[in-house]
Design a protein around this ligand. Structure first.
Ligand code: SF4
Length: 370
């Protein structure tokens, strides 16, 4: 016999339910909903500590389909960096490097920006879009280069060169952007530096390798902050030289964040987008790629007949993945879209101060036709 208290509860919650069969169906559904809310509340409490929503996902769910539905439902756009895992690149609306992503974030009409990249990139999207919700699948997706330049110490460094302009590479925190005059990316750094008068003193932060490379090709003498990217500093000169001997026809292509001894033996140096375009336009059939391995997915898709070899790092591991970029997964991306968190938020005064040098970069890039 049906429990009268249970039946009353069910009728209260679901007035249309009368039969014992339907009651049991709704009873189950009701408790599933309750337990989902408990899971969500518990996961929300842990976001600050672990960086993402730790909620179990039904393994039978087609995440590609679910993400497509959520994009429509929430008017959301997924922006992904080339260094993201292939599945994330495949669900993205736009895939690019830092410059392309900043330009895309500046022009998007979406209400929600899901940023599949690292924290400073999502911050840049928020700086440009204060009224939009900016989500990052894992808040702990940081960046060793950005971390190598803490704003209070950089402020003291800048004060030692009061007549210098500060050009900061986009791979830095909002706090560093707020202390800068112009932001640049590896796609536009050379042109931005060259557009300034020759006698203008410049501080370049935070990447010393990119700064040294720009000094070399422009003949400038910029003061460099001593920061570096852990991924681009790890390539092994010896192993790459051996690879070149084994693959004499392969061209070595490198990102300017790499150290000078790697850049010296490279056949082509460029930003991630420039490297990708180079592999498409060159007749060469094989390339040794000295940058984060995620870009190989796009290179292979754009030139299926060509061979791409990830340049080996100077450790026992055979890969050169950025551990920060790879914290994002398709599962975390789905969860952050479903529950609208973790969200990237910024203090308004920092955001306004950080926006000025980004706007300057976007304006200069437009004028330079980049
Ligand atoms: S590859 Fe280097 S610069 Fe890019 S996010 Fe990772 S640590 Fe930062």
């Amino acid at each position: 016999m049906q429990n009268p208290y249970f039946a009353t509860g069910i009728s209260f919650l679901f007035p249309q339910v009368h039969t014992p069969i339907n009651s049991s169906f709704f009873f189950k559904k009701f408790f599933i909903l309750i337990s989902m809310n408990v899971d969500l509340r518990t996961a929300e409490k842990k976001i600050e500590e672990i960086g993402f929503l730790d909620i179990e996902i039904d393994p039978a769910l087609d995440l590609f389909e679910e993400i497509a539905k959520l994009k429509k439902e929430k008017n959301a756009v997924v922006l992904a960096h080339y260094y993201q895992e292939p599945d994330i690149q495949d669900v993205a609306d736009y895939i690019g490097d830092s410059l392309g992503l900043a330009q895309e974030a500046a022009r998007t009409e979406a209400d929600v920006i899901v940023f599949a990249g690292v924290h400073f990139m999502a911050e840049t999207a928020k700086i440009l879009n204060p009224d939009k919700k900016v989500l990052l699948p894992d808040l702990k997706a940081g960046c060793s280069l950005s971390d190598s330049c803490p704003p209070p110490i950089f402020k003291q460094f800048r004060e030692k060169h009061p007549d210098h302009l500060v050009i900061s590479y986009v791979n830095c925190s909002a706090g560093i952007k707020a202390l800068s005059d112009i932001i640049c990316t590896s796609s536009n750094a050379r042109q931005i530096v060259e557009s300034l008068p020759l006698d203008q003193g410049i501080i370049f932060a935070p990447d010393k390798n990119l700064g040294a490379y720009i000094n070399k090709i422009t003949g400038r003498n910029m003061v460099l902050w001593n920061g570096a990217c852990m991924v681009h500093e790890i390539f092994s000169f010896e192993k790459i030289t051996r690879l070149k001997v084994r693959h004499p026809d392969a061209k070595l292509i490198a990102h300017p964040e790499c150290e000078d001894h790697i850049l010296k033996i490279a056949d082509f140096i460029g930003s991630t987008t420039q490297l990708l375009k180079y592999t498409q336009s060159e007749n060469t059939q094989s390339f040794i790629v000295a940058t984060e391995a995620g870009i190989l997915h796009q290179m292979q898709q754009k030139s299926p007949g060509k061979t791409f070899i990830a340049a080996p790092p100077d450790n026992a591991c055979a890969c050169n993945d950025c551990p920060h970029m790879k914290l994002n997964t398709l599962e975390k991306l789905y969860l952050c879209m479903k529950y609208d968190q973790p969200e990237v938020l910024l203090e308004e005064d920092v955001r306004i101060a950080a926006k000025r040098p980004i706007d300057r970069m976007l304006e200069m890039s437009k004028q330079l036709g980049l």
